[in-house]
Design a protein around this ligand. Structure first.
Ligand code: NAD
Ligand code: IPM
Ligand code: MN
Length: 353
């Protein structure tokens, strides 16, 4: 069976790491039950440059028809003062596909534990998942206004939007350690008070699981102080954005963290959690792990290709354990060199099955 993958490489380092992701996908394809048809479309700043829109109509149409979507990264100084921006395109795409459940796993393998600025004994063995609500909250709430002297946004949540993301978190927790930490600011925000009350209600449907609540400020501290105390963290859109970049300090770099975004029944989207990294774009030195692991998540979660997904994850770990590192982790390897080493590791694996 052939699966359609829409590829949105985007801007900055997006196309550089996408190239790595697609090479790795090609390397495992012969060991998959399915074959993959790649359809590249302009999006973000590249959409504005090529088709005068951050989310061109044909790009959105292709995404809606896809079996899965791979996204590199978008944004950059070239477009930030325009009326249409790459970020608007990204939010419009998430909304149009109703991608409400953004899954951001953070794991620290022993190959990574000495690369973080934090002490190895604190971070080694960290294995947590941030479940970020992605299609509502302050990112989308109306009204909003910006004048020269005043500005406001609206942090709005419907109860049904909270219910479905809390359900998603508990379902993930059931396959793990059965513990959910809900992060909010219920001591201040109305939207968080509804969030907390709703989490309590939904928890009754999962008697095998434990629910705890933390305020976001304290959670930000505990995430660094004792990350192994967390398993599944569920939180609103803005808090999830901030906490997941913070959590990247545990494995040592933003460049190693992938994500998956799901709706209830449409195609899922897979992307690194980081941005287009304009400071290193064009130099060929970006860490491609975030994109390569996003490909692995796609293989597992959209296509049930568990063996190929695991092989990719193991190959990345093996290359890191050899000490081949990109500059964000303190090494000298280029994007291409790291990718080639991962493919070498995979060749050994694919020969076996
Ligand atoms: P960023 O995530 O692009 O970069 C932050 C820092 O991390 C930079 O120093 C960068 O060099 C480094 N970094 C990120 N990914 C890396 C990788 N794979 N390898 C090595 N180093 C890496 O955040 P920013 O600089 O605040 O934002 C740049 C642009 O990206 C902005 O336009 C922003 O809106 C956009 N952005 C897009 C997405 C997305 O596409 N999903 C996510 C975040 C930011
Ligand atoms: C992310 C990014 C986006 C977000 C921006 C670029 C709109 O930071 O994917 O984490 O805030 O969601
Ligand atoms: Mn972010």
């Amino acid at each position: 069976m052939t699966k359609k993958i829409v590829v949105l490489a985007g801007d900055g380092i997006g196309p550089e790491i996408m190239e790595s992701g697609l090479q790795v996908l090609a390397a495992v394809e012969k060991n998959c039950r399915q074959t993959f048809k790649i359809d590249k479309k302009p999006f973000g700043g590249a959409g504005i440059d090529e088709a005068y829109a951050s989310l061109p109509e044909p790009t959105l149409a292709a995404c809606k028809e896809a079996d899965a979507i791979l996204l590199g990264a978008i944004g950059g100084p070239k477009w930030e003062k325009m009326a249409d921006t790459p970020e608007k395109g990204l939010l419009a795409l998430r909304k149009a596909l109703d991608l409400f459940a953004n899954i951001r796993p953070v794991a620290v393998s022993s190959a990574l534990s000495h690369l973080s600025p934090l002490k190895p004994e604190i971070i080694e063995g960290t294995d947590l998942i941030i479940v970020r609500e992605l299609s509502s909250g302050i990112y989308f709430g109306e009204p909003r206004e910006l004048t020269e002297t005043m500005a406001y946004d609206t942090a709005r949540y419907q109860k049904s939007e909270i219910q479905r993301i809390i359900h998603a978190a508990f379902k993930i927790a059931q396959g793990r350690s059965k513990k959910v930490t809900s992060v909010d600011k219920a001591n201040v925000l109305a939207s968080s008070k509804l969030w907390r009350a709703t989490a309590e209600e939904i928890a009754k449907d999962y008697p095998d699981c434990q629910l705890e609540h933390q305020y976001v400020d304290s959670a930000a501290m505990k995430l660094i102080q004792n990350p192994k105390a967390f398993d599944v963290i569920v939180t609103e859109n803005l808090f999830g954005d901030i906490l997941s970049d913070e959590a990247s300090v545990l494995p040592g770099s933003l460049g190693v963290l992938p994500s998956a975004s799901h709706s209830d029944n449409g195609p899922s989207l897979y992307e690194p959690i980081h941005g287009s990294a304009p400071d290193i774009a064009g130099k060929g030195i970006a860490n491609p792990i975030s994109m390569i692991l996003s490909v692995a998540m796609m293989l597992r979660q959209s296509f049930q290709e568990e063996q190929a997904a695991k092989a990719i994850e193991n190959a990345c770990d093996a290359v890191l354990a050899q000490g081949l590192l990109t500059h964000d982790l303190g090494g000298q390897a280029t994007t291409a060199e790291f990718t080639e080493a991962v493919i070498q590791e995979l060749t050994a694996f694919t020969a076996k099955i």
